[in-house]
Unconditional design. Structure first.
Length: 387
């Protein structure tokens, strides 16, 4: 799909598209109880801190204030139209370009579980390299918002310390400072938010509706893990003291939802896989990848998804929605039985998980395990259909 900026589109065309967008969303809102409506549309009014963004035929407007008294101004925010003929992007405020930090790809790292097992980090190409190679206006805005530090915690801490130091007069300081801290927090939310209104129609709308409605996002899966590193076990002793496994992994807890990245305020549901350090978010026209506070975007054509069944020896409490396919011992002998030399030898369940692997030609690698294999399979199928 091609991308064009708002400066290349006349004001008349822009207002016409916005009018059509507003009309289509009004109709969708009126008929929201019908099953055939596009379920990924949420609202035509977005809130970011004290600011409220509203979509109307004249453009994207913004107002600020309190209930009963609000002050508005002209069009702001971002507007993206995704249709069968391509993608049109209309930028809002001119973003402040963020400096690109260069990184070094990590090599094999020592394992935390067993010092004689070499763990390979499953990170792939650093995200900042993709940002430098393929910059976009939306990514620049998201990068800038993500890097801004919130100020209200510092103000709240300073007021609390002064209140304690000047007690009992400090109570008056708390009463006067609380509204200021609240307003500063609202300002921080606005500074750390990027507002985007989407209009999705034609074939892209049908595909995105199928994606957001796939069982991966509407079914409840008890556990999701992001696989951070993997190390193969080569010697007999390594396998013996690791329950007879063929490899060790380091994993972190993850989640699956329709919330999107925290800095993005948008009118649609955004299917997302969240991890502590790395996340992936699926927009109608692109895939956002996060690593720490770094973001990059990729076209769907560049993302491949693969699902495979994964037998996993679980050392934690197994999820209740997973299938147990066998058992083993924490310290196993060659025949698979318990090694009697270890008094604290316990029996461990072998669970059947679904492993989702996302790869790109640019070198991105993300691996996720799901306690339900059918959820991983549904996500892989839905993502490949978006290509």
């Amino acid at each position: 799909m091609t991308e064009s900026t708002g400066t290349a589109t006349s004001q008349t065309t822009y207002r016409g598209l916005l009018a059509a967008l507003f009309a289509s969303w009004s109709e969708c809102r009126t008929d929201s109880r019908r099953k055939d409506d596009m379920g990924f549309y949420l609202r035509t009014s977005l809130k970011a801190g004290p600011f409220r963004f509203n979509l109307s035929p004249s453009g994207v407007g913004v107002s600020v204030g309190i209930p009963g008294f609000r002050v508005g101004t002209g069009p702001r925010g971002n507007y993206v139209r995704v249709a069968g003929l391509g993608t049109s992007y209309f930028g809002g405020q001119t973003p402040v370009s963020a400096p690109v930090r260069k990184g070094i790809a990590r090599g094999p790292q020592p394992a935390n579980l067993n010092t004689d097992v070499v763990m390979q980090e499953l990170t792939g190409t650093p995200v900042q390299h993709l940002t430098a190679a393929h910059p976009s206006d939306l990514i620049n805005q998201i990068q800038t918002a993500a890097r801004r530090q919130p100020l209200w915690p510092w103000a709240a801490t300073a007021i609390a310390l002064l209140a304690v130091a000047t007690a009992p007069l400090g109570l008056l300081l708390l009463l006067l400072g609380a509204p200021a801290v609240w307003w500063l927090r609202q300002r921080d939310i606005a500074r750390r938010s990027v507002v985007v209104f989407y209009q999705v129609e034609d074939a892209p709308a049908a595909k995105y509706e199928q994606f957001t409605g796939s069982s991966g996002f509407v079914s409840r899966v008890h556990r999701v893990w992001q696989i951070e590193a993997e190390g193969h076990l080569h010697t007999t002793y390594q396998r013996k003291v690791n329950a007879g496994a063929s490899a060790l992994i380091r994993r972190g807890s993850g989640s699956l939802d329709l919330a999107g990245p925290p800095v993005l305020v948008t009118n649609i549901a955004v299917p997302s896989l969240h991890g502590k350090e790395r996340s992936v978010h699926f927009l109608p026209d692109r895939v956002l990848v996060r690593h720490g506070r770094q973001y990059a975007d990729l076209p769907y054509a560049a993302v491949s998804a693969r699902m495979e069944l994964q037998r996993f020896i679980e050392t934690d409490s197994p999820p209740t929605d997973s299938q147990c396919v066998g058992t083993t011992w924490q310290y196993a002998n060659k025949s698979g039985g318990p090694d009697r030399r270890y008094n604290n030898n316990r029996q461990l369940p072998i669970m059947m998980y679904g492993r989702l692997t996302l790869t790109t030609p640019q070198g991105i690698l993300m691996v996720w395990d799901f306690s339900r294999p059918d959820v991983a399979a549904s996500l892989a199928d839905a993502l490949n259909r978006m290509r």
